[in-house]
Design a protein around this ligand. Structure first.
Ligand SMILES: Cc1cc2nc3c(=O)[nH]c(=O)nc-3n(C[C@H](O)[C@H](O)[C@H](O)COP(=O)(O)O)c2cc1C
Length: 202
């Protein structure tokens, strides 16, 4: 089949993207507002961008009324966030923090997510996350305004945290030890499955 995206409304287009761009890793992002209240939310429109300078990107869309999400507003206000990867034991807590709370209420407190101070940025870090990247804002690219409008947040990694248990003998993360989850379309998620080797051509 063949389809013109202009023939789809935003909801249908979203379904096409989220059921075919798979699996999507999950960025569990902590921020703080100007009053110092912490915020935590998951984002699966997320990926690595480049290693020099070390840069990640995730996309908090506007809500259906065109309002910016707290995560975006906090980053616009103070330019800092911590981006955590999510392992299977953290799945339910991660999902709980997708609830829309008033901006003065912290998902950390409401859902009893553990936190410790970060090394270089103000937003707190989740110590149980397998990997956490403290980030400073590089730039925000506004794709569109209004309901479901798109925003891409690029962050420079300024500090890396990893649990010792996920490291391999070479001191780097070993994918087989992380038990990462990723978004699988609708209410589904993936756990990492089979890996197979395939050397790249010269
Ligand atoms: C697994 C998962 C992935 C999500 N990915 C995104 C995403 O990529 N972009 C987005 O705008 N919202 C995404 N959401 C919804 C946000 O987490 C939700 O709107 C949240 O309330 C935003 O919180 P905030 O207003 O505190 O920033 C996702 C939710 C879940 C459970």
């Amino acid at each position: 089949m063949q389809l013109d995206p202009d023939s789809l409304n935003a909801r249908d287009m979203y379904q096409w993207m989220t059921h075919s761009v798979l699996p999507r890793p999950i960025a569990w992002v902590s921020t703080v507002n100007n009053a110092g209240v912490s915020n935590l939310a998951p984002f699966s429109f997320f990926n690595a961008v480049c290693a020099r300078p070390p840069t990640l990107m995730f996309c908090p869309a506007n809500d259906r009324f065109g309002r910016k999400k707290d995560t975006l507003m906090n980053i616009e206000a103070n330019g800092e966030f911590v981006l955590h990867l999510v392992s299977f034991p953290l799945a339910e807590a991660m999902n709980a923090t997708a609830a829309s709370l008033p901006s003065g209420e912290s998902e950390f407190e409401r859902f009893h997510v553990p936190s410790v101070p970060s090394a270089l940025v103000r937003p707190p870090r989740i110590p149980t996350a397998p990997v956490a990247f403290e980030c400073r804002l590089d730039r925000i690219v506004r794709i569109s305004d209004g309901p479901i409008g798109g925003n891409a947040v690029f962050g420079r990694i300024v500090q890396i945290h990893a649990q010792d248990a996920i490291l391999g003998p070479d001191g780097r993360p070993d994918p087989s030890r992380i038990d990462l989850i990723s978004r699988g379309g609708g209410d589904y998620y993936f756990r990492l499955g089979d890996r197979f080797p395939m050397p790249r051509p010269e």
